[in-house]
Design a protein around this ligand. Structure first.
Ligand code: AMP
Ligand code: MG
Length: 396
């Protein structure tokens, strides 16, 4: 396996090739945060829907000055009943409809009321403090495109565009299997040689954070029959299977052979990545299966680099995660033949965005995940990546 390792980019290309986006669900806006939009959202009407005031003040005709007669009021949700005439003003609140006949608003701070008259400090310019209909979204314009991940900002824009329900890519159904005779559940007492099963809670949470639905989770021992039975059960219910551990070349590693026996076709095994070299990927029809390394950091990093993009792409998002550029805050020893995915914190300073490793980076060092903002990708090679070097980062 040491020869023929795929680059991260090649591995991703093979995954992307195997992804066929799932169908769409109709989703109420309140349930759509974190989902991927499966249609184009077009403004059903102008936004704002009508000309309205940007300030609390007085609606007037531009150019009129001096003392004006107050003839009505326009409030948010209830406009004035009259048309504004010359030498007249109408009280107006922020967001209230601009009355017919008015074309400017004088803020309350620039006017003084005396009985039923208002005196303006100065005449208003045409359009002053008026928000025009359609200024934000003219009716018929595309507001949010298909494939966009929905966050609070998108929900606000979609609601403004007039929609209460949207099509979103169906949540992929995911099975998380962890292998290892040494594992005991979180919270249980450790016996001789045992460790806590940390991948199961981590992978379950990563799955949900990617907008997917966890439909099965199971711990299996290092036993070929058990492994095959669990994978078989997973293939019954899941779009995506993520298995941790048992994917290397040891005598107790049964994951690859079980997947292949059950009809999952290997698409790659082995990535020039540190941590994460033994990562395995295969497909059976539209179902995808990932064999993730057992080491907790490797499992986490490989999920972030390979599984998460697949889960998002299944929901209709672009496969390629967004990357950025940062500068190393410290020198880093390169790995001769593997790209490294360092867990880093990011610090925005006057002289740029700096990435600093979270500490020791061993694939068993779970604490290296704590507080990590991003993965910093360090190309393979000899010597060191120097402090100040520009590197690619991928946000976690
Ligand atoms: P494996 O890939 O099965 O050879 O496991 C590699 C390393 O990861 C070993 O030290 C395992 O004990 C550890 N490991 C495997 N699975 C888990 C898990 N679910 N939680 C924590 N550590 C694990
Ligand atoms: Mg194992």
């Amino acid at each position: 396996m040491s020869s023929g390792l795929l680059s991260i980019a090649e591995a991703r290309a093979r995954i992307a090739e195997a992804v066929a986006p799932l169908d769409v669900d109709s989703v109420a806006l309140d349930d759509a945060c974190g989902r991927v939009l499966g249609e184009e959202i077009v403004a059903e009407h102008d936004v704002p829907p009508f000309d309205n005031s940007a300030m609390d003040g007085f609606a007037v005709r531009a150019g009129s000055g001096g003392r004006l007669l107050l003839v009505d009021e326009s409030r948010a949700g209830r406009g004035a009943a009259v048309t504004l005439g010359p030498e007249e003003a109408i009280r107006i609140s922020t967001g209230a409809p601009l009355p017919a006949g008015a074309d400017a608003v004088v803020p309350i701070e620039r006017a003084s009321v005396e009985g039923d008259m208002v005196a303006l400090d100065a005449p208003a310019e045409p359009g002053a403090n008026v928000r025009r209909a359609g200024e934000d979204m003219p009716a018929g314009t595309v507001v949010v495109t298909a494939g966009t991940p929905l966050g609070p900002a998108e929900l606000a824009a979609i609601a403004a565009a007039g929609r209460g329900t949207v099509s979103c890519g169906r949540r992929p159904r995911v099975a998380v299997l962890v292998t290892g005779d040494e594992l005991v559940p979180a919270g249980a007492r450790l016996g001789e040689g045992q460790i806590h099963n940390t991948n199961e809670p981590a992978l379950a949470a990563l799955t949900r954070a990617a907008g997917a639905e966890l439909v099965l989770r199971r711990h299996v021992g290092d036993d070929a029959d058990q492994t095959r039975a669990a994978i078989s059960a997973a293939l019954e219910v899941a779009d995506v299977i993520a298995v941790s551990g048992g994917v290397s070349v040891g005598p107790h590693d049964h994951v690859k052979s079980s997947l292949i026996e059950l009809g999952v076709e290997q698409r790659f095994w082995g990535v020039a990545l540190k941590p994460g070299k033994p990562t395995w990927f295969g497909a059976r029809g539209r179902q995808l299966a990932f064999g993730l390394p057992g080491n907790p950091v490797s499992a986490f990093v490989c999920f972030a680099l390979f599984v998460r993009p697949a889960l998002r792409a299944l929901q209709g998002a672009a496969f390629e995660p967004r990357r950025g550029i940062a500068r190393l805050d410290t020198s880093v020893q390169r790995s001769r033949d593997r790209e490294q995915a360092l867990r880093v914190t990011l610090d925005a300073r006057a002289d740029g965005l700096f990435a600093r490793p979270t500490g020791a980076q061993g694939s068993h060092v779970i604490t290296s995940l704590l507080g990590a903002d991003a993965l910093a990708m360090i190309a393979a090679g000899d010597g060191q990546a120097a402090r100040g070097d520009e590197i690619e980062i991928e946000l976690l």
